[in-house]
Write a protein that binds this ligand. Structure first.
Ligand SMILES: [Zn+2]
Length: 340
């Protein structure tokens, strides 16, 4: 009996060790090193800046007007996501805003209402005096956190909203279709129909509406396409200089999907520069830097960042592709390679 217990203990220990390795081992993604933007010797001309703070957080600011997508900073640990309830971490949110140098925003706009985009948005909007813009589902996340009703703006697809020097248009499209049908049924094509009072299950944060967000400014037009899904022909009337492209999951889709995604998103928007977003592991806190997804996700869901970046690059040989470094505010003109 004693021998058996020792044997059992060793087996459990081994299984735990294997789990820890799978959770923490991250395949090396050389693309991140070779394609990370560095300003080089371009003069920083113009006022328009962008800043990437993980997942699909993109700040667009000219010093007068500032728009932030998502503002998701809490990044709860995977174990809490799987087996517990999650909630915004006010301290982490504030210290992230401080580190990003963000104290004033005109609008916070989640790309859709899943927790990894919209959970913190009302808090960020509150801390920065911003309007919360999005679907009714996003408004219900705001209501659950006591966000003031008169600071909420429900977006209507393709109808522009003016914020200072920027014109912002949300176009309702589609989320990346989860290959796991059960997860897809739970998380897609559904609404948050009553206020969420966190702590709550991650599954309570339903999709709401997934948007492509177009930001027009006199210096450049940008698009933030947070999730790797598409609706045919809805982006044809827009043309952008820089496309922030959510790449997570492209590598799990078949060639037909990826060809259509190219036609109806990147091809339609016709950007000069593509900035991949939604590529980092959003269960890792930002203070540890941006990390690619672990081996466990690769094994369970087929997630493979190098492959998804390759797919985009192969289809866009004449477009520049750059990874933005965390926290840095980068001049849009230097991103586009303009030096005077
Ligand atoms: Zn999502």
């Amino acid at each position: 009996m004693k021998k058996f217990l020792i044997y059992l203990f060793r087996v459990i220990l081994l299984l735990v060790a294997i789990c820890i390795i799978f959770l923490n081992y991250r395949p090396n993604v050389s693309y991140l090193k070779t394609h990370t933007f560095s300003g080089g010797d371009h003069h920083e001309i113009g006022k328009l800046r962008v800043q990437f703070t993980g997942n699909t957080n993109v700040l667009v600011t000219d010093g007068e007007t500032a728009i932030l997508t998502d503002g998701f900073f809490t990044r709860p640990p995977l174990t809490q996501f799987l087996w517990g309830d999650i909630e915004p971490d006010i301290e982490v949110i504030q210290s992230s805003l401080d580190q990003a140098g963000i104290d004033n925003l005109d609008a916070v706009i989640p790309v859709h209402s899943h927790f990894d985009h919209a959970m913190d948005s009302p808090i960020v909007a509150q801390q920065t005096g911003a309007k919360l813009v999005g679907s009714e589902s996003t408004m219900n996340i705001g209501r659950g956190l006591g966000f003031p009703e008169d600071q909420m703006v429900v977006a209507r697809s393709a109808i522009p909203i003016k914020f200072g020097s920027m014109k912002v248009t949300l176009i309702q499209g589609k989320h990346w279709p989860y290959p796991d049908k059960e997860l897809g049924d739970k998380l897609l094509n559904n609404e948050i129909d009553s206020p969420i009072k966190p702590p709550a299950s991650a599954m309570d944060y339903k999709e709401g509406a997934s948007y492509t967000i177009i930001i027009e400014h006199e210096e450049a037009t940008l698009a933030i396409h947070g999730s790797a899904g598409f609706v045919p022909n809805i982006l044809e009337d827009y043309e952008v200089d820089i496309l922030f492209l959510g790449v997570a999951g492209l590598e799990t889709m078949d060639e037909t999907f990826n060809a259509d995604f190219q036609t109806h998103v990147t091809g339609a928007l016709n950007p000069e520069v593509i900035v991949p977003i939604h590529w980092d592991d959003f269960f890792v806190p930002l203070r540890k830097g941006l990390k690619s997804r672990g081996l466990l996700e690769k094994m369970l869901q087929g997630m493979d960042l190098e492959r998804s970046l390759d797919i985009v690059e192969e289809k866009n040989p004449n477009r520049k592709m750059v990874i933005l470094p965390l926290w840095e505010k980068i001049s849009v003109n230097s991103l586009m390679g303009k030096s005077e």
